[in-house]
Design a protein. Structure first.
Length: 278
C-alpha cells in the first residue's frame, strides 16, 4: 500500500495497514516536509518520504504490483496518468458528505453555509475531483458554536473509524460502492474563502457567527486572515467573541483595540484589532 497525506490520518491509516500485514509507505504530500510526521512514522517503523510531485508521479506510474493507494487528507490532486495504472486501486477521504462541498476546506464551507450536518466520505478516486463512487460515509452534526478547527478534528476521528470498517473489503476485493446522489454544490479551490475573507458588518448575527467560525482554524495557517474595511483600511483581529442574547439596538462601535457589533440576537466582539494594507 501507498498512503498520500501529511497529517495524523495518513499515519493512522498506514499503521492500520501494517498491522494487517500490508507493506506500506507514506509519501508526505505537504508543501514542505513534515519532520513531525517523519519522526512519528519512524517510531512505528513505517517508511515516510517527501519527494517532488514529478518524482512521486513517476513512482506511482511505475508501480507494477497490486497496490492500494490511500489518499488521506491529501492536498495533491492525483493525475490521470497515475489513475490509469492498472495495478493501483485508489481511494480518497473527503471532509464532507459528497456530493456536497467537493474540493478543498469542505468543513469551512459547511459551517459558512450553515449546514446542519457534515461528515466524511471515503470514495474511489476518478479523474474528476471528488467524483468517484462512495465506499462509506459518516455524519457529524454541526452545532452553532463549532469552528472549522474543531470540526476537522472530529472528522479525522470519524475518517479513521470508517477506514477501519472498509479496509478488509478493500483488501479482499469485496468493497461495495454506490453512486453519489443528493444535492451537489460548487467545487471550491484552496485559495477560496467565504466572501473573499471580508466580513460584512451589515450581515445578521447568525451570518457573522458562521463566517467567523468557518474561518477559524486555530493556529493553523489554512486560509487567509479575515478582515473588515473601515475608511479604506483593512482591519484584522487576533481573537473574537460571539455572545448570543437580546440587544436593545443594532450598532457597530470601533474603539482603539476592539470592534463591537451589536445585533438583536447577540453581540460580536473583534478583539485586539490592528490595521493591515489597503
Amino acid at each position: 500500500a501507498v498512503v498520500l497525506g501529511t497529517g495524523s490520518l495518513a499515519l493512522s491509516c498506514a499503521d492500520k495497514l501494517e498491522h494487517h500485514g500490508i507493506s506500506c509507505r507514506i509519501y508526505d504530500t505537504g508543501a514542505q516536509r513534515s519532520k513531525t510526521l517523519e519522526r512519528q512514522a519512524a517510531h512505528k517503523g513505517i517508511d515516510c518520504q517527501w519527494i517532488s510531485e514529478d518524482a512521486l508521479v513517476k513512482c506511482l506510474v511505475e508501480v507494477s504490483a497490486p497496490t492500494l493507494l490511500v489518499s488521506a487528507i491529501n492536498p495533491w490532486i492525483i493525475p490521470q496518468e497515475v489513475l490509469e495504472n492498472p495495478y493501483l486501486e485508489a481511494v480518497n477521504c473527503h471532509q464532507a458528505l459528497l456530493p456536497r462541498h467537493s474540493g478543498r476546506n469542505a468543513e469551512m464551507w459547511a459551517i459558512y453555509e450553515e449546514d446542519e450536518i457534515t461528515g466524511i466520505t471515503w470514495h474511489k478516486v476518478r479523474p474528476q475531483v471528488d467524483s468517484g463512487e462512495i465506499l462509506i460515509q459518516k455524519e457529524l452534526p454541526i452545532s452553532q458554536d463549532v469552528t472549522s478547527f474543531a470540526v476537522f478534528r472530529q472528522q479525522m476521528k470519524l475518517a479513521y473509524e470508517a477506514f477501519c470498517e472498509i479496509l478488509e473489503p478493500l483488501l479482499f476485493g469485496s468493497a461495495r460502492t454506490e453512486a453519489q446522489t443528493g444535492e451537489k454544490t460548487i467545487m471550491h479551490y484552496s485559495w477560496e474563502t467565504p466572501a473573499d475573507g471580508r466580513l460584512n458588518m451589515d450581515w445578521p448575527f447568525h451570518k457573522i457567527s458562521a463566517f467567523l467560525r468557518a474561518l477559524d482554524y486555530g493556529g493553523l495557517d489554512v486560509v487567509k486572515k479575515p478582515y473588515v474595511v473601515q475608511n479604506d483600511r483593512n482591519i484584522f483581529w487576533k481573537s473574537y467573541q460571539i455572545q448570543a442574547g437580546t440587544q436593545k439596538k443594532e450598532t457597530v462601535c470601533f474603539t482603539e483595540n476592539n470592534i463591537s457589533i451589536l445585533r438583536k440576537e447577540g453581540r460580536i466582539l473583534l478583539k485586539n484589532t490592528y490595521i493591515g494594507g489597503k
